[in-house]
Design a protein around this ligand. Structure first.
Ligand code: KIV
Length: 279
């Protein structure tokens, strides 16, 4: 049985740190799941790292359902959370519920949406129909990108107070966890201590209940943006390019495929074939 929302909530109570990684496709999701990562997040960052968009704004429900289906076929142990894309939950509560349901039917266990207190009513309504919700405050890629660009949040007393208030209101609205993106580490610590639900940080320091990274950043596969907070555990793009260059070289030299990479006819069949076709 895979991890449940309750298991993730309990990890905070048991003071166990929560590992979250983004996943969008079957092969990588299977490896993340095998590695014992607690939560696979089908983030709308898929738009950038999988589809090559400049930001997450153009991502559609259809795309998120497709990525969610692929990841759900791969996961065995982790909890699976999927992002509601921009404009799939802001227009009306009905639409937010319908689209959350689509992600659940595609295989997600919970949905994530961006926004502070302004989203509280929508979150309550989604939770009321039985769908667990993860909140997302601090830097909010779907909207902050349009208004301010990439910017650390909670650097002043007033912005910090707003973030703390947002976290409290999201907890009251019923979220089981909150993603906290690019928030000053002092404010992160206060928020983590203030709410009883897990705070999952990205670029928000060590005082969270868990961490999330984009899997391509961690593996060194996406080079367009290199955020300060995204620790690279390897430089896979270099290895991939090197392997592809070797393959191209082998093809050109005729050293690939070799004996072990091809198939043969049954014994004696070639002679019979030659006789038949007269060669
Ligand atoms: O879309 C995403 O990948 C996210 C995480 C980085 C929190 O929202």
């Amino acid at each position: 049985m895979h991890k449940s929302v309750k298991d993730i909530i309990n990890m905070k109570k048991e003071k166990k740190k929560i590992s979250v990684i983004t996943s969008y496709d079957y092969s990588l999701a299977a490896l993340c799941d095998k590695a014992g990562i607690d939560v696979l997040l089908v983030g709308d960052s898929a738009g950038m790292v999988m589809l090559g968009y400049e930001n997450t704004i153009t991502v559609t429900m259809e795309q998120m359902c497709l990525f969610t289906e692929a990841v759900s076929r791969a996961r065995k142990n982790s909890l699976l959370v999927s992002d509601l894309p921009f404009m799939s939950y802001q227009v009306s509560i009905e639409e937010a519920i319908r689209n959350s349901g689509r992600l659940i039917k595609a295989g997600a266990d919970a949905v994530k949406l961006e926004g502070g207190s302004i989203m509280a009513e929508t979150i309550s309504a989604i939770v009321d129909v039985g769908i667990p919700v993860m909140g997302h405050i601090g830097f909010q890629p779907q909207t902050t990108t349009l208004s301010e660009g990439y910017k650390v949040q909670g650097k002043t007393k007033d912005t910090a107070l707003k973030l703390i208030e947002d976290a409290k209101e999201l907890e009251e609205a019923g979220v089981f966890s909150i993603a906290l993106e690019m928030v000053s580490h002092e404010v992160t610590e206060i928020i983590s201590e203030t709410v009883s639900i897990p705070i999952i940080g990205i670029g928000s320091g060590v005082d969270c209940d868990g961490q999330v990274l984009v899997v391509q950043d961690l593996l060194g596969m996406y080079n367009k943006i290199k955020p300060k907070f995204a620790k690279r555990y390897m430089n896979l793009s270099e290895d991939i390019v090197k392997s592809l260059e070797e393959y191209k070289n082998d093809v050109e030299l005729g050293t690939f495929p070799a004996d072990e990479n091809w198939f043969s006819m049954e014994e004696g069949e070639l002679e019979k074939l030659r006789e038949h076709i007269g060669s």
